[in-house]
Write a protein that binds this ligand. Structure first.
Ligand code: UN1
Length: 502
């Protein structure tokens, strides 16, 4: 039975049992979990607060050694951790290995940051006076994560937050509890003092209640959340009431623009990977391919052909994608069934499902695994719900366009702004697109998915509040700047009033 770990100790199992199951055979239990209550979350924040006091005084290069140790443990246990990811959330094994590699890459980056974490020396407008800046940890960080990237995305928060001298309370998705526990155990063996990293398994309502109490009592200094736009805006509201700006990494309706001069087979390959990889359950998944009218017919033909040849099935084999992660929740089978009905009608869309996409035997027998066939819907536009909203399923929309201006307008129309890609051989189109697309991340001749661990990751609009993760940019989430001025003139020199004339 998995239970929360608070202050370095496992909490005894309580009255809220939960079963995490294997989505490729839903009758099989992967983990029995004892879910915590709001009070446990508050206790975890208290334990984190107490532990952070000493952790903040550990020199950053030494904190970097804990990160290095975690990186080595992740490397040494790569296959084992990837297998748990495949089993519990149905991610194809090759992709799961990539996900685990992303943790190792994150550790590799941040162990070096332990020896940098630079402040600045800044000149003063007065003589015999020196100005400085320092980065200080924010304090206690609450991390709430989804199950589609059950270990890599949490590491994007946990690793830099710890390196910067914070203590962490992590609330993973309960339907990815075995993945979370396996990752937590590796962290615990990396030499972190008890209470510096706490893990709390809880459902949504208890998490909100606990978070509200902890924020009210000043026990949380930063919230990091990856998940749906709906939940993210509730978290943003709650944090705002306590004058906090959380780090929010939310949904996407990520566009791919394919121009008349693009390499079409390359674009189709990219569409297949980013539209259907992880069964479309990435925040960076392709939403709509916006294709120049002169190549639109050929693009759909090639995409249909590729979809027809794709293998969907057991995630331990070589497949394009496996089952949906869970029946309910954001990463859910039911959610996809809500978009595409059993009779292959598309909810709220005038688009048409193209011939090659639907296959028999993939539409709703949950007991046989939460598999869903790939769907391509051609002819979508801003009047369609499918065009305007994230589906979080294996569904690609296709829309034709005439001018690049029109393509960019269509790409921005849904109001998300996470990842956008353009396939073209014309550099002028690349830069026009880059300047006017509302997206935190732009790919050129590459798919919308596949971020690297040292570039800023994050979005705008419905995709987040503009915060960025990864690389040196995330340091601004987990540290706060302190300035210091030191006057060694022996006189009271007044800023603005005692400035030397030249
Ligand atoms: C997410 O879906 O929350 O770039 C993150 C990518 C992955 C991360 C996605 N490396 O697609």
């Amino acid at each position: 039975m998995l239970s929360s770990v608070i202050g370095g100790a496992r909490v005894p199992a309580g009255p809220r049992p939960y079963r995490s199951t294997d989505p490729s055979r839903t009758s099989e239990v992967v983990a029995e979990v004892s879910l915590a209550e709001a009070d446990d979350l508050v206790r975890a924040c208290e334990a984190a607060r107490a532990a952070q006091d000493a952790w903040r005084d550990v020199p950053p290069p030494v904190r970097g050694q804990a990160v290095a140790a975690l990186g080595r443990l992740v490397e040494a246990n790569k296959e084992a951790l990837a297998s748990v990811v495949t089993r519990e959330v149905g991610k194809p094994y090759a992709e799961a290995l990539g996900e685990v590699q992303e943790i190792a890459d994150t550790c590799a980056f941040f162990l070096g940051e332990g020896r940098r974490l630079y402040g600045q020396t800044v000149p003063s407008e007065m003589p015999d006076k020196q100005l400085f800046t320092f980065r200080d940890p924010v304090g206690v960080v609450a991390v709430i994560t989804a199950g589609n990237f059950p270990v890599a995305v949490p590491s994007w928060y946990i690793v830099p937050a710890l390196l910067c001298g914070n203590a962490v309370v992590w609330k993973p998705a309960e339907y990815a509890a075995a993945c979370a526990d396996a990752f937590y155990e590796l962290c615990a063996h990396a030499g972190l003092p008890g209470g510096v990293l706490n893990i709390v398994y809880a459902d949504g309502p208890e998490t909100f209640r606990g978070l509200e109490q902890a924020l009210g009592r000043g026990l949380v200094d930063k919230v990091g959340f990856t998940g749906s736009t709906e939940v993210g805006s509730r978290i943003g509201e709650l944090c705002g009431r306590h004058l906090q700006s959380p780090c929010l990494e939310l949904g996407g309706k990520n566009p791919m623009v394919v121009t008349e001069d693009a390499d079409l087979p390359l674009a189709v390959e990219g569409a297949l990977f980013s539209g259907f990889g992880t069964a479309g359950q990435r925040c960076t998944s392709l939403g709509t391919a916006i294709v120049h009218e002169s190549v639109h017919g050929e693009f759909v033909r090639l995409l249909d052909e590729a979809v027809g040849a794709a293998v969907v099935g057991d995630p331990s084999g070589h497949v394009l994608y496996g089952p949906m992660i869970d029946e309910r929740f954001a990463d859910g089978f039911e959610k996809v069934l809500g978009w595409i009905g059993p009779h292959h009608s598309v909810h709220g869309s005038t688009g048409r499902i193209t011939a090659a996409a639907p296959r028999a035997g993939f539409t709703g027998d949950a007991g046989a695994g939460l598999y869903y066939h790939p769907v391509v819907v051609d002819g979508v536009g801003p009047a369609d719900e499918l065009f305007m909203n994230e589906t979080f399923g294996p569904i690609i929309g296709v829309a034709p366009y005439r001018t690049l201006d029109e393509a960019i307008e269509l790409a921005n129309a849904p109001g998300y702004g996470l990842s956008a890609s353009i396939y073209t051989t014309d550099p002028a189109k690349v830069f026009a697109f880059r300047r006017r697309i509302s997206a935190g991340m732009v790919s050129v001749n590459n798919s919308t998915s596949g971020a690297e661990a040292h570039l800023p990751f994050g979005g705008n609009g419905r995709s987040g509040n503009g915060s960025r993760q990864s690389g040196m940019w995330v340091l601004d989430q987990f540290t706060r700047w302190q300035s210091m001025n030191w006057d060694y003139s022996g006189r009271l020199q007044k800023a603005q009033m005692d400035v030397l004339e030249i």
